[in-house]
Design a protein around this ligand. Structure first.
Ligand code: ATP
Length: 135
């Protein structure tokens, strides 16, 4: 099987780098599947998981949105934060989820705070799902 090099990069440095057969994730426009030879493109991502397939092996990375860039020989995902499933602290994500849910109940009047809490909740749920490989 052909492979393509993929790297997931955050302001703190690279989080994941490998050669894979397929990359699947959610762009803002919908599900996105990238195979070697895909046309060059840039797509904004949702808060979600990136699925990386190689042979019988599938790895998952949680990303907080960001941008995916496809070049002929390389796919780069640039995100504010990203964690591989093994690096996710489940307890921390569960606490973040609880905090965000609490805030969502408190701040219904303020639109700005509501949006912030909603995004925090999405990040937490995404991390929990990726850590549990539960989609
Ligand atoms: P928290 O409230 O727990 O900080 P958050 O969603 O506000 O969560 P981010 O701002 O998205 O956190 O990320 C800040 C940094 O912490 C990033 O480097 C991110 O990779 C890391 N991080 C956040 N949550 C977790 C987690 N549950 N496990 C491991 N790393 C995490």
């Amino acid at each position: 099987m052909k492979t393509i090099k993929v790297s997931v990069v955050t302001p703190d440095g690279p989080v994941y780098e490998s050669d894979v057969e397929m990359i699947s994730t959610k762009a803002q426009s919908g599900e996105l599947g990238i195979l070697p030879g895909h046309i060059p493109m840039v797509a904004p991502l949702q808060i979600g998981s990136v699925r990386l397939k190689n042979g019988g092996n599938t790895e998952f990375v949680a990303v907080t949105g960001g941008l995916l860039e496809v070049r002929p020989d390389q796919v780069t995902i640039l995100a504010q934060a990203a964690e591989t499933a093994e690096h996710i602290d489940l307890e921390r994500a569960l606490k973040a989820k609880e905090r965000a849910e609490h805030r969502l109940n408190e701040v219904k009047q303020s639109n700005v705070d509501f949006k912030r809490a909603e995004l925090a909740l999405k990040r937490a749920i995404n991390r929990i799902n990726v850590q549990k490989r539960d989609f």
